[in-house]
Design a protein around this ligand. Structure first.
Ligand SMILES: [Zn+2]
Length: 413
């Protein structure tokens, strides 16, 4: 048959996503399916049942990553792979992650019912703990698989109740026996909501990120001098919070000064003693700088660093700065990215190249095999919230792009 005419079943994809959204569904219309919770187990069980219905061979590895393999004509060839994550943020949305897993499932169902035999095998994957909100850090399933994180270290991560990740994996019955390590993959495509507003603003349906922005984290600690707020005159104060306020504005100005697609954010702040009638004497806050250009991000940090020291000196507040974490920008495989754009063109969907500001499992698979992502618009650019939403027809369109990217890759000898 002419495979270019193949299309996924949008109604079936919608109903699949709606069934999944019931598991851990919140009154606000979102989903709370924390990793390795009872809800995660229930969703995994349903996913495995659906995989069995289309004759996939199922492997669960030591990290609880679930792989469903559909045989090809030549099973000695490296498979093409697609997937994402089933877990969610607390009070998260109905599309983040799950769209990429159910999208890949819809692709396999379409191939199954049309009796399409591909040259290469095809693998669908659910990566354990992408979100990192119950057990930090994030993306550990793909991280261990890619060899970037150590299994024993990840097993020892604890949630706020003190439960270990390994014990929770065993408790829900998903501590598999297959070794968690990468195998040759011909290409990995991850289908995901954009989680930002750019596709909507540019009125485009499909985004093909050329890669993931670099991520630089800093922690800044300031020491001031506490005193009763009433009797202490304004001049001569060493107010650590006022100094911090000036620094936060400097962070805010940074992307405008530097240009490019930089974003810079202060998202976390602790103020001590945090009392209305004591001048703050201790503040800790975080800085997150992301950019496609690692050097630009480092130059931005140099400027900010100098500004913060000047501000601290002016307020007489000693400052301590930690460079906490740096991940370089991660360009995806150019050929695979182009294939996403070409597939969208062939299907008549508007499209644009873009970058991803958020981390994804694709950042780790990118260490191992050619990788690309397919983005569809997030309504209002909102994500990690209960009102996260994407139009059903956009889910269907993105899934058709995934189908044709996977099909092309799986037919390559
Ligand atoms: Zn996600």
């Amino acid at each position: 048959m002419d495979h270019s005419k193949l299309r996924v079943n949008g109604k079936r994809l919608q109903s699949t996503l709606e069934q999944m959204a019931k598991i851990g569904g919140t009154p606000g219309g979102g989903v709370q399916r924390l990793t390795l919770s009872d809800e995660d187990k229930q969703a995994r069980d349903l996913f495995v049942k659906w995989l069995k219905e289309i004759d996939c061979e199922i492997t669960i590895d030591e990290m609880g990553n679930i792989f469903g393999r559909r045989a090809g004509r030549n099973n000695a060839l490296a498979p093409v792979m697609s997937g994402s994550h089933i877990d969610s943020q607390p009070k998260g949305g109905r599309f983040d992650g799950i769209l990429g897993v159910m999208g890949a499932l819809e692709v396999m169902r379409t191939l199954h019912e049309n009796k399409v035999q591909t040259e290469r095998p095809m693998v669908i994957v659910d990566w354990t703990n992408e979100e990192g909100s119950r057990f930090a850090p994030a993306m550990v399933g793909s991280g261990v698989w890619a060899g970037a994180l150590k299994l024993d270290w990840v097993y020892d991560r604890k949630d706020i109740a003190g439960k270990r990740l390994e014990d929770e994996l065993a408790r829900i019955g998903y501590k598999g026996t297959a070794p968690c390590r990468n195998f040759p993959v011909h290409g990995y495509y991850e289908f995901h909501i954009e989680q930002g507003p750019m596709l909507e603003r540019q009125k485009k349906l499909i985004g093909a990120p050329k890669g993931i922005l670099c991520l630089h984290w800093y922690d800044i600690y300031l020491t001031g001098e506490a005193n009763q707020v009433g009797p202490t005159p304004m001049e001569g104060r060493h107010d650590a919070l006022v100094a911090t306020a000036e620094m936060i504005l400097k962070v805010r100005e940074l992307p405008g000064r530097m240009g490019g697609n930089m974003v810079a954010t202060v998202g976390e702040i602790q103020n001590y003693p945090n009392s209305r009638n004591i001048i703050p004497d201790r503040v800790h806050f975080t800085v997150d700088i992301r950019s496609w250009d690692d050097d630009l991000a480092l130059r931005a940090w140099d400027l900010l660093h100098t500004d913060c020291e000047d501000i601290a000196a002016r307020h007489g507040c000693p400052i301590k700065i930690e460079e906490t974490w740096r991940v370089s920008h991660s360009p995806f495989d150019e050929k695979l990215v182009q294939r996403v754009l070409d597939a969208a063109d062939e299907l008549g969907y508007s499209n644009m190249p873009w970058v991803s500001g958020a981390g994804h499992d694709a950042s780790y698979t990118n260490h191992v095999c050619p990788t690309a992502m397919i983005f569809v618009p997030s309504i209002g650019g909102r994500s990690h919230v209960e009102i996260e939403n994407t139009r059903w027809e956009d889910c269907e369109a993105g899934c058709n792009v995934l189908l044709h990217c996977l099909l092309k890759a799986a037919m390559e000898k």
